[in-house]
Design a protein around this ligand. Structure first.
Ligand code: SIN
Length: 528
């Protein structure tokens, strides 16, 4: 079945809905999502939205915190956009009536999270910020927008000029081809490539694999952020215990209630995530159990209803004041290179939110900057598309040349275990090389004709592409920066400052800017 629309969005998190809200007022918009609107990382977000609202705070301080957390591996001008334009957009949301938590005097109740110098986290429903924000956007979505659930996008369509003109999806009902003037990837991250994650199992990095297959430039794939506190029950991660719990006074302890962060970092339990995650990782590797002690937090159940429910569902008794936690994958800083309007290196293909790499998060995202990213860049992208309009005239498909059959793949469990072992919190070149040897070469993966594969196989195939990009990037960056630790090279290396590992058209290179500018083109901002 073929469907024609103006704008097609893949994914249904905050960046998707924020863009759709505006685009749907003027254009036909279709959203395709692999599962449901309730199964995105945005919907699950507990902590909140980092934004400067207090007179004691300043956007320059928010920028400085973002740069320090990400170890200065940023696209500076976009960090400024995020913080300054994001502030204006959030003010609009508040003026419109977004129901955030407020103090008795009516001022926003501001939370504190890791690596923030000030209380600046807006939250809603205590720890249900993502859910309330998504429900709010859904209520404000133009009624003409169609959301197609349980459809997996598995192939982007490109015309004879190399522009993206559509996508092919698969569902229980069969195959659909969508044709559109603008195709937006808003499909989220790749936390589910690891066995323990705060993400839904559907976060398998599909958008990155789709874009890579059509030759889009991808970067920063070595930077996966690990959250230090996933609820840990029966040797499994069961969801997130927000950093806001530590912002409210919770502390990391061992089974004897001895503090774990004292003397490790001046910010102790609110140190940047790579420090807290690494500390817990080391404790657990040495056989210690790890907990958050919540005894100092009054009215925990009222402040953190989502976490309370999660604990009750998993049989955790909050009365003893200890929540068992362990680190796990949380947020991918890398992805499809995009500018602040979502433009990628493929004409008419956009990327926004976690699937995109705009350089705003550097090598380690500052807590609660991701909902702000979705809001800010979702709106900027929509404004740009509205300005340029829908004027694609060439819907003639380029001839697909992929003919290879699928090489042998690892099972999903093998892949996830290998990712944690070799591309986890602590990495070494030998393990990474051994993992690469187990994976089919990227060149072979690229040539596979995926049209007839069943959905599960498609997902596993995409996971292999993303895993391969991640391990190659991680091996190539011979230093420690941001979210993970290279055990053989534990420091920042000057030679690697301002260097990006880029994948494009089946090649990998290192260059000294995230974007490549073609000054001869009419638009010097064009990126390749
Ligand atoms: C958290 O609530 O701890 C997660 C917030 C974030 O990752 O931005």
């Amino acid at each position: 079945m073929d469907v024609k629309t103006d704008v097609l969005i893949i994914g249904s998190g905050i960046a998707s809905l924020q863009a759709a809200r505006l685009l749907g007022q003027h254009f036909q918009v279709q959203i395709v999502t692999k599962s449901s609107v309730q199964m995105s990382s945005s919907y699950r977000a507990q902590g909140g939205i980092a934004v400067v609202t207090s007179p004691d705070d300043h956007t320059n301080l928010h920028i400085a915190d973002t740069l320090a957390a990400g170890e200065y591996h940023h696209e500076h001008r976009y960090v400024e956009s995020l913080v300054k334009e994001g502030k204006v957009m959030m003010q609009q949301f508040l003026a419109e009536g977004l129901p955030i938590d407020r103090q008795e005097n009516g001022e926003p109740a501001l939370g504190l999270e890791g690596a923030h110098s000030h209380h600046r986290i807006l939250h809603a429903g205590g720890d249900s910020t993502g859910q309330i924000l998504i429900d709010y956007l859904l209520q404000h979505l133009p009624s003409t927008i169609q959301i197609n659930c349980n459809e997996m996008a598995f192939e982007l369509l490109v015309n004879t000029n190399g522009a993206c003109i559509g996508v092919v999806t698969k569902s229980e009902k069969g195959i659909k081809r969508y044709f559109a003037h603008h195709i937006i990837l808003a499909s989220g991250g790749a936390g589910a490539l690891y066995p323990s994650t705060s993400n839904y199992p559907t976060s398998t990095g599909d958008g990155i694999a789709l874009a890579y297959r059509v030759g889009a430039a991808i970067s920063d794939m070595e930077f996966m952020q690990f959250h230090p506190s996933l609820l840990w029950c029966q040797a499994q991660a069961k969801g997130l215990v927000s950093e806001a719990v530590r912002g409210a006074g919770g502390t990391f302890v061992n089974a004897k209630r001895q503090p774990l962060m004292a003397g490790v970092h001046p910010l102790r339990d609110l140190a940047p995530r790579h420090i807290t995650a690494h500390t817990l990782y080391r404790q657990r590797a040495a056989g210690q159990e790890t907990f958050i002690d919540i005894t100092s937090i009054q009215h925990f159940e009222n402040k953190f209803p989502t976490i309370t429910k999660l604990c009750i569902e998993n049989g955790i008794d909050l009365q003893n004041g200890l929540i068992p936690v362990a680190p796990g994958s949380h947020f991918l800083m890398g992805g499809v290179i995009a500018d602040d309007r979502g433009r990628t290196s493929i004409p008419n293909l956009y990327a926004v939110g976690e699937v995109a790499c705009t350089g705003v998060h550097g090598a380690n995202r500052l807590a609660s900057n991701s909902l702000l990213e979705g809001i800010t860049f979702g709106q900027k992208m929509a404004q740009f598309i509205l300005k340029i309009g829908c004027n694609q005239t060439n819907f003639t498909l380029a001839v697909a040349k992929r003919q290879q059959t699928m090489p042998a793949l690892l099972s999903k469990e093998q892949l996830q275990q290998s990712m944690m072992h070799s591309v986890g919190i602590v990495r070494n070149p030998d393990d990474m090389q051994r993992f690469i040897a187990q994976l089919p070469p990227l060149q072979n993966l690229l040539q596979v004709n995926v049209m007839d594969l069943p959905q599960q196989q498609l997902e596993l195939y995409m996971m292999h592409i993303v895993a391969s990009l991640m391990v190659h990037a991680a091996l190539t960056r011979t230093e420690t920066r941001g979210a993970h630790i290279r055990s053989d090279l534990p420091n920042n290396e000057t030679a690697w400052a301002q260097s990006w590992v880029i994948f494009q058209q089946g090649q990998m290179k290192v260059r000294n800017s995230l974007y490549e500018y073609h000054q001869t083109r009419r638009n010097a901002q064009t990126i390749f």
